[in-house]
Design a protein around this ligand. Sequence first.
Ligand SMILES: [Zn+2]
Length: 590
Amino acid sequence: MAGDASEVKSRTDIIDIVSGYVRLKRAGNSFMGLCPFHKEKTPSFSVQPDRQTYHCFGCGKSGDAFTFIMEMESLGFREALAYLADRAGVQLSARGFGKPDKPVRDVRSALEEAKKFFCSSLEGPGGEAARAYLARRRIDPEEASRFGLGWAPQSWDALTNRLASLGFTEAAIEAGLAVKGDRGEYDRFRGRITFSVNDDNGRVVAFGGRLIDGEGAKYVNSPEGPLFNKRRVLYLMDSAKKAIRERGRVILVEGYMDAIRAHMAGFTETVASLGTSLAEEQAVLIKRFADLCYISYDADGAGQSAAIRGMYILQRQGVEVRVVMLPHGLDPDDLLSRDDGPAEFDSAVGRALPLPLYHVHIKKNELRTPGRAIAAREEILSGLASLSLLDVAEHIPKISRSFGILEHELKREIDARKREMKRTSAYDEKIKSANYEEGIEGFSNVYINKGQSEREKHALDLECAFCSLLWHDEGLRSRWDCGELGRFFSDEATRGIASALMSGDSPAELESRWREIGETVCFERLARGDAVVDGTGLRPEFAEKVLGDIRERALRRRYELLKPLVISGEAKPDQATEFRELAGKLKGRR
Ligand SMILES: [Zn+2]
């Protein structure tokens, strides 16, 4: 094992590893960035390429590539070794490493085999139609292979059989490549051009499939699974990240073909969000690589409000968002396919509007229409108020003219929204930071190190707050079924209070009963809940949300409990099933 570790270490560059999580800038002989282990605004986290170590001057954490991965991904040494070995292409000696992670490793192998299968199908005798389609789209075989395009034959079981012959029947289902039907497994992707979706380290995690003719959905994508969380993936990030760093900007498009076409035209800093609603995790991923993002989505109005929401999420991450508007209502793929396309695209990028002005621009007709102007103005104001003053200040003159009001009036309107948001979102923020500490993967894992007691404290705060809300608001008490809810509470006292109130006991009755038996804990819990409610400005309307959060925490606790069993292969079949279901449920949330 010592041999394995030094072999892996010699083939691993700590700068490369850390860059996956932290944006590093060169400073003399070392690199500096914001510490991933504590919250800070000025960089005190330093990485030394010569010694292959890191040290934080703020919190004092230090170590090497192994400890870094162990902390960031919450792994044990062996798992970290396996992870880094995989990345570095080192075959570990068999002893002790066969068992852990096998299910996940099989899923990875199944995906890689599938990619080989799709690529060779595209080149093989059955791939004529696909090759002809790509030729019509002006993608030659070299480009197809550069982007890992493939062809899923018009067959029900070609890939499934191929994977089964390699022993990957179960893994094929887990990977989303095969679907379990009444009469056995069959291929998910059939008669489609396939796009290999990679994580930012270039390992395939999913596929997209585009129909070339016949009936069916135009695009089919892999479902989420052990290796694929679509909120954390940006298409082509693995090939774009170098150019993004060099050019200091990222271009964000919507679809596979938009991204491929942009790369072919030399805009190699392009990634695709695969949909218009950018997730917070994707925004964090972008922020890791650049401070400036040009967004070029399809011109049509469908999904526009989701797109706008995503843009604000990104800008709030500290990435300056500029929105590219393409001429003649074309999408990037259409425009860039034309002979003069790249030049036109480039000049459209040059004319891109900062997010606040873009928002006003797309609402300009509504702003002029009586009856719709107020709603449009309100939407823009809440968007502006969610940004930092710095992001908005320079646009105040233009926006106030579009609104037909004076600059100081616009400022006052924004300030009022900001104050209102602060009041309602003090609670949201609290939930959000609490969620990060509870996070189950990736970015969020950083905060897991904050410790069990801190997380438990937050869980108890929420349960107490919920009890306080019920206590003071009779209308809330009959809204939920106490049997279903009680089991999500981790604390016996709060569970008791909530159940009693929801099954019809009045606060007065409870109070006198507690006094009689000398009960003190329940009073203590309610007082604590009142304090949380007061401190956060929490209002009864948010009770549903508090409850959702309490429930989610319970699911997460169960998830964390099962995780080591599943990873070590010790989980019983029903535990493994439960784990997968939990993972699915948790991923569906924020
Ligand atoms: Zn630190």
